[in-house]
Design a protein around this ligand. Sequence first.
Ligand SMILES: Nc1ncnc2c1ncn2[C@@H]1O[C@H](COP(=O)(O)OP(=O)(O)OP(=O)(O)O)[C@@H](O)[C@H]1O
Ligand SMILES: [Mg+2]
Length: 285
Amino acid sequence: MTPELMAAGAKALAEHRSKTGSVIVGEEVYFGQGVALYVDEITVSFDGFRALNKLSLTIDVGELRCIIGPNGAGKTTMMDIITGKTRPDSGKVFFGSNIDLLRLSEPQIAQAGVGRKFQKPTVYEQLSVFENLELALKADRRVRAALFHRLNGEQMDRIGEVLALIHLQDQAQRTAGLLSHGQKQWLEIGMLLAQDPKLLLLDEPVAGMNDVEANEMGAIFRQLVADGMAVLLISADLEELVGLSDTIRVILRGRLSGDFDPDVVTRDQLGAAMTGAAADEGTLR
Ligand SMILES: Nc1ncnc2c1ncn2[C@@H]1O[C@H](COP(=O)(O)OP(=O)(O)OP(=O)(O)O)[C@@H](O)[C@H]1O
Ligand SMILES: [Mg+2]
């Protein structure tokens, strides 16, 4: 090969990598500075409509960050940006302090350690709880080679850990379709946990649960963050967030408020923030 060809090849590869982000795939996320997610001044417009407007947000390692907002506020769009489903017009998104998520594809972001739960539970109803977790574990690209093999000891241990985390130890052999609505939601979170995410994004995970299930769900979240995971929890209902975190923020028209103390904030204050009545510079930033 001539030097010219080699130079051209290296240039093409560099361009390809800068487009796909593949240059940093496989690099371990670095949490040494204590930051799990850093979102800076993200703006995104759809046909001239600004869905997110200079939205900034940081989530620390081991933090449960709760955000509440009305329909159309930009909640799902925010998650779409973090997970690579939608690209912003401007701004920055870093996972840990080293991984630029705007350079990675959706699967690469999942593989880097960002798990996302959509609103509707999507467990395999005909399979047992254990089999659901087994499938989730094997869907992890890092263990894809094991797809047709029996689970090894380490994988069995991981499923055992996840079953304990999601409070379904006693239900491992139960058909998932027979679980309660709340238990299905836990199982789906377990399926994400099987892939060992470092940051979990949850879209209204408590919706539709009864009080007992919601309380248990709260205990599950607290355990996850105690174990060092970072969690972003989005809700349209204040009740779901009380007792989960020391602070909550309101998202409205693509912007985030400052911190509210969920124990002190009144429904009226939140309602005002959510309807824009308090959307002056002093309250919303
Ligand atoms: N792909 C898209 N094309 C055009 N407009 C969009 C697109 N995605 C979102 N929007 C608009 O951006 C705004 C924010 O939408 P988003 O889905 O993020 O809100 P949300 O807070 O998740 O609302 P909900 O509580 O209803 O789920 C809405 O006005 C929505 O219509
Ligand atoms: Mg939404």
